[in-house]
Design a protein around this ligand. Structure first.
Ligand SMILES: *[C@@H]1O[C@H](CO)[C@@H](O)[C@H](O)[C@H]1NC(C)=O
Ligand SMILES: *[C@@H]1O[C@H](CO)[C@@H](O)[C@H](O)[C@H]1NC(C)=O
Ligand SMILES: *[C@@H]1O[C@H](CO)[C@@H](O)[C@H](O)[C@H]1NC(C)=O
Ligand SMILES: *[C@@H]1O[C@H](CO)[C@@H](O)[C@H](O)[C@H]1NC(C)=O
Ligand SMILES: CC(=O)N[C@H]1CO[C@H](CO)[C@@H](O)[C@@H]1O
Length: 285
């Protein structure tokens, strides 16, 4: 009798750990394992985990993974990004590491995640080569590729029909923006501070917020029609002069202008008619 009871307990102990582990954790764990990360398949993945190779914060709801924040410590490469599980309720994906995708190329697979809204990657300097490679119907609204070592503007994202925010701060992008940027029809926030852009500033008509601090733009394109613009962060930029502020003052929705250290000699009269203004930084010479 006693022997039977022990057997029963052992059997239960073997079965128990897999109870409560959602299928998506199993799938995500297998993805980690395929790239030689240690992960116990019987383990729940919802919550915080810390290992020598990686740490993560995964949130889950109703048997589904909702957000992933993954930090990789060692130089592991996800060998088969095409097999990243298409988690049906994943809305936020953040991967912070060091060249973790083959050839440093952003995996096109992420654009097939059916509910993904926010993609945030670190040290992913290259984009998929061909625009046809990414799914334009992706629900992605926000992309953050800050301090990634990008050397070219990622025009490929113009295909994304839902993109509202693009942040590529602190990269090494040089040269001009081209009129191709006008094809970002839904873009509202563009953060390109601390790159090495120069020449004419050309921006999409739909923009509400632009930050160009720490670049070398010299002029504001006459092709710009930025009536939607609300916030301009351009401190220290050589684009700032009387013509520039006169132009901005024609945009009725303007709320914030950070235009310190330029060569402005007077504020345009129209400025005082801008009823939405909340913050203005200028130095008048
Ligand atoms: C884990 O991620 C969730 C969702 O992004 C966040 O609200 C929470 O604060 C994070 N927890 C920790 C400990 O970082
Ligand atoms: C402002 O800068 C633009 C571009 O360099 C230049 O074409 C324009 O003449 C300047 N306007 C004034 C008032 O200095
Ligand atoms: C711009 O410059 C002003 C005045 O120096 C400063 O107070 C403000 O914080 C700066 N804003 C940004 C976004 O750099
Ligand atoms: C400011 O608004 C007033 C009242 O609508 C108008 O009469 C005036 O011409 C405007 N000034 C400028 C510089 O646009
Ligand atoms: C159209 C435009 O902005 N052209 C500029 C591109 O960048 C060079 C410097 O690298 C400028 O001289 C051009 O004016």
């Amino acid at each position: 009798m006693k022997v039977k009871a022990i057997t029963f307990i052992i059997t239960l102990a073997n079965v128990l750990p897999t109870f409560g582990v959602i299928q998506e954790c199993v799938d995500f764990g297998k993805f980690l394992q395929r790239s030689s990360f240690t992960f116990n398949s019987k383990e729940d993945c919802c919550g915080l985990k810390e290992t020598e190779q990686y740490s993560f914060n995964i949130t889950c709801k109703d048997e589904h993974i909702k957000t992933i924040d993954l930090q990789l410590y060692s130089k592991f490469v996800f060998s088969d990004t095409g097999s990243f599980p298409l988690l049906s309720e994943l809305t936020e994906l953040k991967i912070n590491g060091e060249n973790n995708f083959p050839n440093g190329i952003l995996p096109k697979r992420f654009f097939d995640l059916p509910k993904l809204k926010i993609l945030n990657l670190y040290k992913t300097p290259k984009m998929p080569e061909n625009a046809n490679d990414i799914n334009g119907n992706s629900p992605i609204e926000e992309i953050y590729l800050d301090n990634n070592g990008l050397v070219k503007f990622p025009y490929i994202f113009k295909k994304l029909k839902n993109l509202k925010t693009l942040s590529i701060k602190g990269n090494q992008i040089t040269g001009n923006l081209t009129s191709e940027i006008k094809e970002f029809k839904t873009l509202k926030q563009l953060y390109i501070q601390n790159n090495q852009f120069n020449g004419e500033l050309i921006i999409p008509d739909s923009l509400t917020t632009i930050n160009i601090v720490g670049n070398k733009f010299t002029s504001y394109s006459s092709t710009n029609k930025n009536n939607a613009l609300e916030e301009v962060y351009a401190n220290g930029s050589s684009i700032i002069n009387d013509s520039f502020i006169n132009k901005l003052a024609t945009y009725d929705n303007i709320k914030k202008m950070y235009l310190s250290s330029g060569s402005i000699t007077k504020l345009p009269n129209k400025m005082f008619n801008l009823t939405n203004m909340e913050a203005l930084y200028v130095i008048i010479y």
